[in-house]
Design a protein around this ligand. Structure first.
Ligand SMILES: [Mg+2]
Length: 217
């Protein structure tokens, strides 16, 4: 076993990639509960301001926000549903924040923890793009990640669900990029070569193949 690992590390040394950086929300945390809660809160807050919206309208507003590459998706959805009226938009946004601000759901993606363990056993450094580290601790997976991986961007593979917030900036920094199509951003598509990920995956098995392909160089 030990020899195996040393051989694996030796092979790894020949490869340019030494770290895999995970966008936690979307790639590791499924975020289904969070997305449902946010959509529900937006609909409820609109209702309290006298704007009636149904689930299809919320879904459409979400699609528009994703297609527009809106950095603040909730804000963009609220503006769409409220017709852009500034006072109403601000009130709805405050209500949504009050309803969802304390929400702390973490739904670990099935099979992802064992993949993280396999990657770590290969000697790869695992990084996490997550501002609230306590979430990883509560989910029991913090130990798998290095908090501040000291690896140059050109030696990193980034895994994320958003083209705008994950893929494009990581690619600009020189990382290899893998888009994990999932949840709200599953239909987001690159608009240019600079936003095009090196690989697109939809489940953990595909993700493992895509990472191993990059390691082969
Ligand atoms: Mg994400």
């Amino acid at each position: 076993m030990r020899e195996h690992r040393e051989v694996a590390r030796g092979l790894l040394a020949l490869n340019r990639y030494r770290a895999v950086i995970f966008d936690i929300g979307g790639a590791v945390d499924l975020e289904f509960a969070w997305e449902m809660a946010l959509d529900g809160a937006i609909a409820a807050a609109c209702g309290l301001e006298g704007i009636r919206v149904d689930p299809a309208m919320v879904e459409e507003a979400s699609e528009q926000a994703v297609a527009a590459f809106a950095p603040d998706v909730a804000r963009h959805m609220i503006e769409t549903l409220c017709g852009g009226e500034p006072t109403t938009v601000a009130r709805v946004a405050r209500r949504v924040e009050a309803m969802t601000g304390q929400l702390d759901a973490f739904q670990i993606r099935p099979e992802i923890e064992s993949l993280l363990k396999r990657l770590k056993a290969r000697g790869l450094v695992l990084g996490a793009r997550e501002l609230r580290w306590q979430r990883l601790e509560r989910a029991g997976i913090a130990y798998l990640f290095v908090r501040d991986p000291d690896v140059p961007a050109t030696e990193c593979i980034l895994v994320g669900d958003r083209i705008d917030a994950d893929i494009a900036p990581a690619k600009a920094a020189g990382m290899a990029t893998i888009q994990f199509r999932s949840g709200r951003w599953r239909r987001q598509r690159p608009r240019s070569e600079a936003e095009t990920p090196d690989a697109v995956v939809t489940d953990v098995a595909e993700l493992e193949v895509a990472i191993l392909e990059r390691l082969k160089g």
